[in-house]
Design a binder for this molecule. Sequence first.
Ligand SMILES: O=C(CO)[C@@H](O)[C@H](O)CF
Length: 530
Amino acid sequence: MMVSTKPDIFLGLDLSTQQLKVIAVDNKLCIIHEEVVNFDKDLPEFGTQGGVKRHEDALTVTVPALMWVKAFDLLLEKIKYKGFCFENVACISGTGQQHGSVYWKIGSKTFLNNLDPNKGLHEQLKDYFAIEDSPIWMDSSTTEQCRSIEQAVGGAQALAEITGSRAYERFTGNQIAKIYETKQASYEECECISLVSSFLASLCLGDFAPIDYSDGSGMNLMNIYTKTWDPACLQACAPNLKEKLGNLVPSSARIGFISDYLSAKYGFPKSCEIVAFTGDNPASLAGVRLKKNDVCISLGTSDTLMLWLNTPKPAVEGHIFVNPVNENAYMALLCFKNGSLVRESIRDRCSEGSWKNFEQSLKASKPGNDGNIGIYFDETEITPFAQGIYRFNKDDVEVKSFSNDEEIRALVEGQFLGKRVHAEALGYNLDKNSRILATGGASKNQAILQVLSDIFHAPVYTIPGTANSACLGCAYRAKHGWSGTSNANYNDIFSESEEYELAVIPSAETKDLYEKMAKRYKQLEQRIAN
Ligand SMILES: O=C(CO)[C@@H](O)[C@H](O)CF
């Protein structure tokens, strides 16, 4: 009797700022394969730096949408070359950097439905983008559009109470408003507007994929309570926008099956389902299996701090998104744009480009850095809205430079003091049960985690085996959606209890030191941000 091996592999895809990643897990949710395409290194023909293109106005930041398509082709070819068993894939979900947008030209839907499996996606889709360079989350060029949408709905707090955030330059609605104002013909030539997450899902579906509640919360367009597009917000951005965005779906929704193209070209079973894709930070929350008392700090291109919320308290700082694993709950997020790229630039300048030297230097300098505090906003920062590099000595006097060791410690302490100060402003108080779940590239660096633990005075845990919690979270979400459990049962898909690894515990003698330093940091940041 033939033993039918039912497909039981789940894929998570992550289209982030610098890379496109895939993680495959088995039925027990153990990682069985990981693969990555690095945009700068593997697709140099697009000329990106850190995966993006910074424009001369020092505000506009875009990515060629076709680069993302070619990265998807390349990623699948890479795992095919390594003998990956596509025929065992039961379900796929995924994620994308939040807020970025892709503009499909009229005719794309029909074309997506009928792709030729003998050709690559990028050669077939190259003429199907109404806007070839997609705006992404690092863009800060839409301040005028932000003021306009806030005015249209009654102010910053009013907009936060509808959409979960005041207007932010990177949020998709404001980016669409700028495109309508500056490239109206292209806007009108657009059949569908995807987020980066739903764009990647569309490549898997071979059709336009819907935007999910969680990533849709990052647009200044969706009412986070009704989970529907807000008419006043849509109208404030551009006409006929609702038709271009399509309907919103729960983040656990099963949105269809793998495309005929991918099934024919790679051997995915036609039964392979697609679960809605979502934003990278909501996916990270799913990946670390965040609980009520935990704080998740993702140390990636951007650094983010996330909390689970049952009752949203929208404010003019930070963001409230619909929760990706329970549509009746929420998540709070603080985003810090100056994350890994700043750490890498100081690593290159102060420790000869070596993380080993960076760590040694951090260990050689003492907590509190003899009172020196640094604020390193190479790019226009999001939290707070400010730009520039500032160094202060123990008397709060601005100085021109630090030694290499002082600079490295000032960067790491400054980044975490900022996170603590803004988390407390959001109303978060660490208590004796608090845990910090660290993820993202820098979460592999013990010395950096020790500073994080000391400044928050809380133990720091990591997920063994991967720093890619967003990608892993989507493999988990694929199984969750595929198994048809309701939102409330996300944790039921995990057989064993949490599998976090205790990475570091706070040192007792630094508690008071950083208590005082956090107060100084708050005053210094207010000084430079105004
Ligand atoms: O803007 C952000 C969150 O609001 C960033 O964390 C992006 O999602 C990074 F891709």
